[in-house]
Design a protein around this ligand. Sequence first.
Ligand SMILES: NC(=O)c1ccc[n+]([C@@H]2O[C@H](COP(=O)([O-])OP(=O)(O)OC[C@H]3O[C@@H](n4cnc5c(N)ncnc54)[C@H](O)[C@@H]3O)[C@@H](O)[C@H]2O)c1
Length: 381
Amino acid sequence: MKILRFGVIGAGLMGREFASAAARWMHLKDMPARPEIVAVCNLEPEPLAWFKAHCPGVTQTTDDYKALLANPDVEAVYIAVPHNMHREIYSAAIEAGKHVFGEKPFGIDLEANQGILDALARHPKVLARCCSQFPYFPAVQRIGRMIEEGAFGEILEVNAGFLHSSDLDPNKPANWKRLVKFNGEYGVLGDLGMHVCHVPFRVGWEPRNVRAVLSNVIRQRPDGRGGSVACDTWDNATLLCEAGDPLSGAVFPMTLKMQRIAPGEANTWYLEIKGLKGCARFSTREANLLHLMEYRGGAQDWRAAVVGYTPLFPAITGPIFEFGFTDAVLQMWAAFVTELSGAKLPDSPLAQVATPEEAHLSHRLFTASLASARNGSVEKL
Ligand SMILES: NC(=O)c1ccc[n+]([C@@H]2O[C@H](COP(=O)([O-])OP(=O)(O)OC[C@H]3O[C@@H](n4cnc5c(N)ncnc54)[C@H](O)[C@@H]3O)[C@@H](O)[C@H]2O)c1
């Protein structure tokens, strides 16, 4: 099996998720290639020691991303750093000719995102993708195929969202994600938005306009050092868009919701599609169920299909078992590594990891959303 040598820049929460996925690559069947982490960069030393202890292939640890990018052994990088560093580090990686798997939002704002796209335009041989793992839940893959086949008929309404409660506790100390300086003016839009947009954008449901309601719920938090700090990012966002469906030509309302303060939700990503011929409803709260309704006249019966462990990339786990967050992360990495190896992706509209163009569209939407919330206006895209 071909080995693709990776560097990790940003060894925090998500950097370690990649290390874990790479470490259980044997879980996947018949892969054309596998990733090996050979270099790690992080500002604080503890995560570097963690990588050294858990990833035997690591030969370079550094706090200087330029040193990692100068390492000729590194073919591709996973960059998972705070948003204020995206433009600088993504662009430097692209200029160094490294393939890039970048975390969302792929730039702290539209201008930074454009800077990354400009670097990519100068280096067309670099493969760049933006992290978004939820489409790899088996039920969502099934929804993707249904959309492709026109199973919903004329689209009437789409609701997608990502709700979690990581900020519900007002006593939780602020971290970089609560501060505009590091997280950006987008706030929760930048944190959770790409996850919500990925499937609608991929199937062509582009927003034509947006009316956004943004809330900053908890404005002050402990700073973790005995004091307190102002939290100046948006916590919750509701976007009402008009979207067009390229298949049926329908124009329909699409609601995209992103919340960091959602009581009762741990990490819930959901998608609901209502069409004249059929409807589907999926939530990671019930990760193995896909609710479906087909309407051909007569009874309107919803049924719950048990999807089980039937992922895009076959794995050793059998179909009667259950699928979860870390499985979705592994599947997403399988998609990126397959594409990077030059092998063919499985046949699915949701096989490819989010593209820089999709990330760019999300930036246009989030920038318009900020204007809409500021002016109380409907903003055209
Ligand atoms: N896909 C997902 O589900 C998901 C979940 C959480 C976060 N994210 C994204 O991942 C990225 C990182 O988030 P996180 O939660 O892992 O953050 P984190 O705070 O856990 O880790 C970030 C790490 O980056 C390091 N870092 C900061 N500046 C650096 C620099 N100049 N050079 C090298 N290292 C540097 C820090 O030392 C830290 O360890 C963000 O873009 C975030 O939006 C994605």
